[in-house]
Design a protein around this ligand. Structure first.
Ligand code: AGP
Length: 606
């Protein structure tokens, strides 16, 4: 939820820290700050709002010091203002923090009783005074070890010390933290994205570890303060993904590149020559898997919902799904013959990671479907299915959603084939259809002008509904989520068949309602539900697929027809107009599309 950067160098660091903070703003952007060390003092500057504000308020690029830390914040404790912005400093220690210290209230009382004065409402400030206190009687490693043992909850920390002006301490528990290696300088960052513009040599700290980082040396320690050795990873340097190119927003770029990312995903898993799906190094015998549980948050949870339909269609496995923040506290009955699949674009979502950790602690079979293969969820799963979408920068997930459901569909199809529940002829047909998906997406992406015009009606309404049955139901939820998170308008995704059990009361004259009704086995029923809302004054946007059948068109406000394909694949195409609807709605409102208010790209706190 927050972004951290630290640099120890043989030259001034403030400009590099500011540039890195701008790359980290997708993780949180309600306030920002930086602290450097020079001439025996801590130079701390911070302000509410974006990093640009920091630059406008201070001559930050000329802040002295060859060592410093920076932070962009997504508030968890204390309103977003300059006092609560990070870094937080005592006379000799300055700290930036991502995570939540769950026992901060008790620690604060203890430290106030010891005479420490608090300036902010944040949980982070207890860390500053704890370390300051321990340093009075302990050497650095011991003071850090003792401090971390006192903290309950999650943290990624960057810490500098007035009296040790050549080092930065980094520490990690539950929130990601990486070290980067450069020429005559080294870096600390919340993720590789922040560091990629400076290096592609990265080491990830694991939970409980901390490091002492100097410009020419990095030492790693475990939670007992004992030195540990860590691997240096060489990351791919696909800088182009981090650039909007000609697009106005990352989200627009990421919507438009879905035909490419889907093609990449298909290439990664489908062997064209042998007309086969390759899932390499699957660590379990199929006969040892009797059921599947899919777990995720937000859009990733909608991917789980979508996958449930496909696994049930293509295999005889029992399939359950759960929202990660519910799963982690449920009275779960863990079963050895269940495969637990964790879906997460970032691979750092706290609730999803906690659910994975719970399964690992119970020795369950764990598999993750992720976009960031160096992420914590990927690293701690028994088996990983990467979605190969390239970095997704827009907070609203688009190409990653299509990538997630693609890999889950391919996985379900493969499992069905291996269990002889999808006969080879059908298996080959489905693989053949799958290979047409990129070009179908390309055509569907052209549905642009109609949607731009339609989006105004959604902006003027006080709310809207998105309805679908069967395969279209998860897509209806995803479309509603996109509109909510981008245009801040209430929108509700609902099973079309459920409207008569209550929500029909919401329908009033002129209310926009999106009805997803491809000509599949649910079509007729969904059209009946559509008539029910039209009869009560709704303005229906019908999204269906192009076929020779006549579309029932009386009293429908607008109709959008996506390309036709086999029913399995229609969800991919139905999603695209909904992504664009949300995008154009937010564009017309003038909202920040890549960084919607109150949200963050990687939700690394509960
Ligand atoms: C999707 O548009 C949202 N930004 C959000 O719901 C997101 O899908 C959710 O936070 C899960 O993130 P993850 O896929 O990185 O775990």
């Amino acid at each position: 939820m927050c972004g951290i950067i630290g640099i120890s160098s043989n030259k001034p660091v403030s400009a590099n820290i500011v540039n890195s903070l701008k790359k980290l703003e997708y993780r949180g952007y309600d306030s920002a700050g930086i602290a450097t060390l020079s001439n025996g003092k801590i130079n701390e500057v911070k302000s509410e709002g974006r990093v640009d504000n920091l630059e406008n308020n201070y001559d930050i690029k000329h802040l002295e010091g060859n060592i410093g830390i920076g932070h962009v914040r997504w508030a968890t404790h204390g309103i977003p203002n300059s006092v609560n912005a990070h870094p937080h400093s005592s006379h000799n220690v300055s700290v930036v923090h991502n995570g939540i210290i769950e026992n901060s209230t008790i620690l604060k009382k203890h430290l106030i009783n010891k005479g420490y004065k608090f300036k902010s409402q944040t949980d982070t400030e207890v860390i500053v005074h704890l370390i300051t206190d321990y340093l009075k009687t302990s050497e650095l490693v011991e003071a850090i070890t003792k401090t971390l043992k006192q903290l309950h909850g999650s943290f990624a920390l960057g810490i500098v010390f007035k009296d040790m002006p050549d080092l930065i301490v980094g520490a990690r528990r539950g929130s990601p933290l990486a070290v980067g290696y450069g020429p005559n300088e080294n870096y600390l960052g919340s993720d590789s994205y922040a560091l990629k513009s400076m290096t592609n040599k990265i080491t990830y700290l694991d939970d409980g570890e901390f490091c002492i980082l100097k410009k020419d040396q990095v030492l790693f320690f475990n939670d007992e303060g004992k030195k540990v050795n860590k691997k240096i990873l060489q990351l791919s340097s696909d800088e182009s993904s981090y650039d909007k190119g000609d697009f106005k927003h990352f989200m627009a770029k990421e919507i438009e590149e879905q035909s490419i990312t889907i093609k990449t995903g298909i290439k990664e898993y489908i062997d064209n020559f042998n007309k086969e799906i390759n899932i390499f190094n699957f660590p379990w015998k199929l006969e040892d898997i009797k059921s599947i549980t899919l777990i995720g948050c937000g859009t990733a949870y909608h991917s789980c919902m979508m996958a449930k339909y496909w696994f049930e269609e293509l295999t005889s496995l029992d399939v359950s799904i759960d929202i990660a923040s519910e799963f982690r506290y449920r009275k779960n009955r863990f079963k050895k013959d269940t495969l637990y699949i964790f879906v997460s674009q970032s691979g750092e979502t706290a609730d999803t990671y906690a659910a994975l950790d719970l399964c690992n602690k119970n020795n369950m079979k764990t598999c993750s479907v992720v976009n960031v293969i160096e992420s914590s969820i990927a690293r701690d799963s028994n088996f990983v299915l990467p979605i190969h979408c390239g970095p997704e920068i827009g907070v609203a997930s688009t190409k990653a959603f299509l990538g997630q459901i693609l890999i889950l569909y391919i996985f379900a199809l493969k499992i069905g084939s291996l269990r002889n529940e999808v006969q080879n002829k059908l298996y080959q047909e489905k693989i053949k259809d799958l290979k047409t998906l990129p070009s179908l997406i390309e055509k569907t992406l052209l549905l642009d002008n109609d949607i731009q015009a339609i989006s105004s009606t959604f902006n003027e309404a006080k709310g809207s509904m998105f309805l679908g049955r069967g395969y279209s139901y998860p897509i209806a939820l995803e479309g509603a989520l996109k509109l909510k998170e981008l245009s801040y308008i209430h929108a509700e995704g609902y099973p079309a068949g459920e409207m008569k059990h209550g929500p029909l009361a919401l329908i009033e004259e002129g209310m926009p309602v999106v009805v997803l009704a491809p000509k599949d086995s649910y079509y007729k029923k969904t059209i009946s539900n559509m008539q029910e809302v039209i009869a009560r004054g709704a303005k229906v946007l019908l999204i269906t697929n192009k076929t020779n059948d006549d579309v029932i068109s009386e009293n429908i406000w607008e109709t959008i027809e996506v390309e036709n394909t086999n029913n399995d694949l229609l969800p991919f195409l139905l999603t695209i107009p909904l992504q664009k609807l949300a995008y154009y709605s937010a564009l017309k409102k003038g909202y920040d599309i890549d960084k919607p208010r109150n949200l963050a790209k990687s939700v690394t706190v509960e």
